[in-house]
Design a protein around this ligand. Sequence first.
Ligand SMILES: *[C@@H]1O[C@H](CO)[C@@H](O)[C@H](O)[C@H]1NC(C)=O
Ligand SMILES: *[C@@H]1O[C@H](CO)[C@@H](O)[C@H](O)[C@H]1NC(C)=O
Ligand SMILES: *[C@@H]1O[C@H](CO)[C@@H](O)[C@H](O)[C@H]1NC(C)=O
Ligand SMILES: *[C@@H]1O[C@H](CO)[C@@H](O)[C@H](O)[C@H]1NC(C)=O
Ligand SMILES: [Fe+2]
Length: 471
Amino acid sequence: MAFGLWFTLFELLLKLFLILAFVKKGSAGITSTFTRTKWQSFDIPLDHKVLAIPNGYNAPQQVHITQGDYDGKAVMISWVTADKPGSSRVQYGTSEKKYDFKADGTVANYTFYNYKSGYIHHCLVDGLEYETKYYYKIGEGHSSREFWFQTPPKIDPDSPFTFGIIGDLGQTYNSLSTLEHYMQSGGQTVLFLGDLSYADRYQYNDVGIRWDSWGRFIERSAAYQPWIWSAGNHEIEYMPDVGEVLPFKSFLHRFSTPHLASRSNNPLWYAIRQASAHIIVLSSYSPHVKYTPQWLWLRDELKRVDRKKTPWLIILMHVPIYNSNQAHFMEGESMRAVFERWFVHHRVDFIFAGHVHAYERSYRISNIRYNVSSGYRYPVPNKSAPVYVTVGDGGNQEGLAGRFRDPQPEYSAFREASYGHSTLELKNRTHAFLNWHRNEDGQKVHADSVIFLNRHWASNLRRRRLKKDDF
Ligand SMILES: *[C@@H]1O[C@H](CO)[C@@H](O)[C@H](O)[C@H]1NC(C)=O
Ligand SMILES: *[C@@H]1O[C@H](CO)[C@@H](O)[C@H](O)[C@H]1NC(C)=O
Ligand SMILES: *[C@@H]1O[C@H](CO)[C@@H](O)[C@H](O)[C@H]1NC(C)=O
Ligand SMILES: *[C@@H]1O[C@H](CO)[C@@H](O)[C@H](O)[C@H]1NC(C)=O
Ligand SMILES: [Fe+2]
């Protein structure tokens, strides 16, 4: 009896193995059917300790940093004081408790409906050394607080670096799980793909209150390493019912971007260079058709990319251009129509997007042959095209986008609707490892893991090595 059962099981496993082996041989993509324990997607209550206000009168809270210049020798430090403006000074130095240097920043506040924000400080700390640990102190007297960060290595084609990639985070228990898993990943900078706090799901003064709680929520990571911001639809906050019609008002007051350093006229689109990467941030919800400022800026910024210095060309945006989920299907078409040609021509390595609450990775495909009269309707493989990766599964209160289009389109290589984050490990000018980690798994497990060859330098590699890169 027992033997019979084991035999049936064995037979089943063998069949499964054969099917899997067969699937792997073809170029068909994988729709992962991993079944996950779904925690309910509600926001962490305001009185929970992970959203706690730090002790002390007017103590700095919501501390976060981002790169402050083009090349990684400056950091913008931001925080909020609740009771009075206080000081916008940052004291810093290269050994603990020894603050030899200081910088002074700015303070501002804003209203949203009847909510009055705290005093929002932004302080640029520049002239830093590469690859150096800095300690910093903000706030006054007994309420002051201390943090640290590490500057990136110098701009160099073989500078290794690990980026974390997080999108659509929100502030639920799933968001907390994503953040905690990310913090153990070894990531040095977060590339954030838009849709930050989901505060716009609230009404009236609670919108501002949930931005504040989100600022405190991410501090455990964002005070210690740069988060590179891109804006999503949840940052627009167009709310005429309560008299709020200025798009991105909360986002722009709270989060700084180094847009002037890349000659952008708008904080919503800009570029930075870090280690061996040139990172371009685009705004899905700002005009991008021909001759708009974003279009003109991107055209010029792409010309400034020097693959001999920064081999890895990475673009961030909120709305994915290739996505085979039922959710937000084809919402990226307007951007694809204007920019895809450039992405292929400039041999962009990766395009990361969020918006769809799932993970998906594409093959290298392009649809640049298509126009309204060409008759070419389908994307085709193209070795010059980027890999499109959607990492919109940070874990916000809207839940997962669990319904994928069936059958899986040929451009889709791997897709799964689970909460998680990605890491991109740039090893040297030729090799990068892209990993996706789902929150259910132990720290070392990668549910999707691929080695990529650089689009600029791969062509100099020998033919047999190229074979690896069939993705
Ligand atoms: C900013 O703070 C000052 C000083 O507390 C206050 O007078 C002003 O009304 C505030 N502005 C806004 C827009 O809330
Ligand atoms: C692939 O991209 C190149 C640009 O690098 C372009 O010239 C070529 O036409 C593309 N191929 C297809 C099939 O679209
Ligand atoms: C559209 O495609 C057709 C056929 O490939 C081509 O002749 C034409 O030049 C294209 N038009 C534009 C504006 O790209
Ligand atoms: C680049 O990194 C890859 C992966 O770690 C390694 O196999 C390869 O040898 C490295 N190339 C050089 C030139 O060091
Ligand atoms: Fe979104």
